[in-house]
Write a new protein. Structure first.
Length: 150
């Protein structure tokens, strides 16, 4: 019998319905910190579970979102920001992200599949900026290299 998700999982999450959980600076993918790629995680209860959404921003500009149930190993859905500021998706599963490494250091990442793929250059010296102005109430996560577990 197929797994049936509540309608909330199939829709792009509206952040006004969620409570901020934590922020991670320079998130880590495949063992490489990605300087300037920060993630804000939000949660909300749905029945007896917690739905979590990660909003990823490179130097303050949103690149993608991924969401699913707290405690599950992988994302249920994801969506990519397109060049016009809208979203492509939602799509099933985790987003496609490939880290580009030079001299043992992440220098860029590719996000999305095929024609939707976009390349994002990373800050060479790492993030050297203060929290975004609209982010005053959020504190950097104490586990800077940690990944949000869904």
């Amino acid at each position: 019998m197929p797994v049936v998700f509540p309608v909330e999982i199939d829709e792009l999450p509206q952040l006004a319905d969620f409570k901020h959980h934590r922020t991670i600076r320079s998130v880590d993918f495949d063992g490489f910190p990605l300087p300037g790629l920060d993630a804000d995680f939000y949660r909300r209860p749905v029945a007896d579970r917690l739905l979590s959404v990660g909003v990823y921003r490179l130097d303050g500009t949103e690149t993608h979102r991924a969401w699913g149930w707290v405690g599950e190993a992988h994302c249920s859905r994801h969506a990519y920001r397109d060049r016009s500021g809208g979203f492509a998706g939602p799509f099933p599963g985790c987003p496609e992200l490939r880290v580009l490494v030079e001299n043992g250091r992440a220098v860029a990442f590719d996000l999305g599949p095929g024609r939707r793929r976009r390349r994002f250059a990373l800050s060479p010296g790492g993030p050297a900026r203060a929290d975004d102005r609209g982010d005053r109430d959020r504190q950097p996560d104490r586990e800077s290299g940690a990944l949000e577990r869904m």
